[in-house]
Design a protein around this ligand. Structure first.
Ligand code: ATP
Ligand code: PRP
Ligand code: MG
Length: 289
């Protein structure tokens, strides 16, 4: 039972890389938030959730202090801020990596290259950890943004920053040398939620999981000739087993099943080779197991 007065407070990025995907996820979970321009706080109309719009760097501290109960933020920020919060769930968006990069003309032959060098970064804590683990002593120069220009203006020999497509590195004449963290957006939580807050969080996590699962799966329908039915069914995983119904045309069946994104093309190819026809692929909106 949710205490009628309890509202869970969620912190999301106000604007930037994670904002749109965070709001989209809430929408896919059936939660309506009116996010007015420049509004710093908003309440869901159909779920006990209040949303705070904040700078992403501040989110872990807000959660530790219980100003907000949960937050959507990048793992890179969680580990760098090192606050007393718990990572509850990976959200599957905001995927990037934290990497060390050097001038593209340098010969990088391993971490020892960094010995005695100056490295510019907005991630001094994670970088320091990495250097210590690798017995490298280097000077960490902390800057808050535009890190990629540091080597070009003579501020540092190397940088440690977020990379996704690699185009920012490329445009600045740099190359990736080491990846030190793989990151994506995660749901973090305060460690001491009360029972009513925990109940709301469980409801939200249930919905997030259903949305994520649906994204990773596709519903397929196909026609199978009678003599190939066994072979085709054997190729399909499905949530239980495939649904098989006879078609109006004798000797043919319609087969319905669910395929996961990872094995999708492989299985489709095998189904086609096994004699499946008229294969339709349909996105799934929610998947509850
Ligand atoms: N190129 C990228 N591709 C995918 N995800 C990224 C990329 N760059 C950053 N991210 C993720 O998105 C988060 C937010 O990035 P953004 O650049 O919007 O941060 P910011 O400029 O620090 O924003 P804020 O104004 O909230 O402090 C990062 O902490 C990281 O987890
Ligand atoms: O490998 P890429 O796809 O080029 O992405 C990497 C860039 O993306 C992020 O910055 P963002 O574009 O979010 O701007 P910001 O530095 O102003 O936060 C990050 O800080 C890198 O600079
Ligand atoms: Mg920030």
């Amino acid at each position: 039972m949710i205490n009628a007065n309890t509202v869970l407070k969620l912190a999301v990025q106000k604007s930037g890389r994670l904002h749109d995907d965070s709001m989209k996820l809430l929408k896919e979970c059936g939660i309506d938030i009116t996010n007015g321009v420049n509004k710093l706080k908003s309440e869901a109309s159909n779920f006990p959730l209040e949303v705070f719009f904040l700078r992403d760097d501040d989110i872990p501290q807000y959660i530790e202090d219980a100003v907000a109960d949960i937050g959507f933020v990048g793992e890179n920020v969680v580990y760098e801020k090192n606050k007393n919060v718990q990572v509850e769930h990976k959200l599957g968006f905001g995927k990037c990596r934290l990497s060390i990069a050097v001038d593209k003309n340098e010969t990088y032959d391993g971490v020892q290259y960094l010995q005695g060098k100056r490295i510019a970064t907005s991630y001094p804590l994670i970088l320091n950890d990495f250097l210590q683990k690798n017995n490298v002593t280097a000077e960490i120069h902390e800057i808050s943004g535009s890190v990629e220009i540091a080597p070009g203006i003579g501020l540092a020999h190397a940088i440690c920053d977020l990379v996704s497509s690699g185009s920012t590195l490329f445009m600045n004449g740099l190359k990736e040398a080491e990846t030190i963290l793989q990151s994506q957006a995660v749901l973090i939580r305060n460690k001491d939620l009360d029972e009513a807050q925990q109940t709301i969080l469980d409801k939200l996590l249930f919905r997030i999981q259903a949305v994520k699962k649906a994204k990773n799966n596709k519903y397929i329908l196909l026609n199978a000739p009678e003599e190939k039915l066994g072979e085709i069914i054997a190729l399909l995983p499905g949530m239980k087993s495939p649904t098989v119904t006879p078609l109006a045309e004798k000797g043919w069946h319609s087969v319905h099943s669910v395929l996961s994104e990872d094995t999708f093309w492989d299985i489709i190819e095998k189904l086609k080779n096994a004699g499946a026809q008229g294969i339709l692929v349909i996105p799934i909106e929610k998947m509850i197991i």
